[in-house]
Write a protein that binds this ligand. Sequence first.
Ligand code: AFD
Ligand code: MN
Ligand code: MN
Length: 394
Amino acid sequence: MDQAYKRLEKSLPKGVDLAQAREKLLEQEIETPSWGYADSGTRFQVFHQPGAARTVFEKLDDAAKVHEMTGITPGVALHIPWDKVDDYQKVMDYAEELNLTIGAINPNLFQEPEYKLGSLCHPDRAVRKKAVDHVLECIEIMNITGSKALSLWLADGTNYPGQDDFRARKKRLEETLAEVYKALGDDQRMLIEYKFFEPAFYHTDIADWGMATLLAMKLGPKAQTLVDLGHHPLGANIEQIVAYLIDEGKLGGFHFNSKKYADDDLTTGSVNPYELFLIYNELVAGAEDLQEDLNVAYMIDQSHNVKPKVAAMIQSVEEIQTAYAKALLVDRASLRKAQREGDIIGAERVLKEAYDRDVTALLVSVREEMGVPVNPLEAYRQSGYQSKIARERG
Ligand code: AFD
Ligand code: MN
Ligand code: MN
């Protein structure tokens, strides 16, 4: 271990185990989204980026580059039909060649013309059936690719008061989700994502963590809640929601990104890195207290509308890895003591010290063990990959 690592180890409070933190970081895995490598934009404009991936194979190439640079992103989430192919075995074989695996499957219940007034909540039974059939098709794909997670986001909602009946939509949703739930294999699960608003502007059928979790509880153990960091009202305490879901065994996974105002899908940690750390603090505390692996699907979900996509994805991975490293080094015993004694400033200071700690030496040590660059983003920017894909893909 080099000098910097030894200095970090000596600087830690008694009882904080650097070697154990290192082990956890060596096990960390984050899934990247296929759609994060393709062109994206807002409802006002999509600014095409030279080199943006156009096919699922190019998306896998880009995901492989992120994994080559970071060592912790072997899984790639797919979005159907954007990544639909005739033969998924070809996609799996290509992924395997690149040391990648196919991760969560994301149905698309928001782009077909019939879905204008909703999909699984739609007033017309025929449209609900179309939506159910699409999700069942996605479970079929999971059975082929070996994916364990169905990552389900509904754009369903209404734009005007009176447009539809809240309770009728809730009943339709419970029925259609129950139909889909039955098709899940024993080792598969449905992650129900909630979102405060958008694209619907008056109400969204699964608008918050409570609605998603109520649905998941009614469905059963293979249904859990998916927390997308950009899907909350401003000021929501996301780390409290995470702690609550951990305690209920209903935290299925994350869609990591960053926001300033809404579902901005910005690079994770780019606006509020302290919130990301506080979320990880709950994950580390929860796993320690419950003495179990929380079995959380850690997934990135962001669209880099103006940044080069692969570099922005590496930035997100580094931010998530750093937040986890800092949370692993929280002096938990002193935190618990300060909490017991009502020492507010003492408790706060334990967290701030961990957040402010420079964990570079730990991350370097982990990356050297993995055989990846000690500075993934810098290595990527020097690699020439960006100009290569811009040249090849035009
Ligand atoms: C959009 C939605 C939601 C979903 C993602 C991928 O808001 O986050 O998970 O697209 O479908 O960001
Ligand atoms: Mn999402
Ligand atoms: Mn979103």
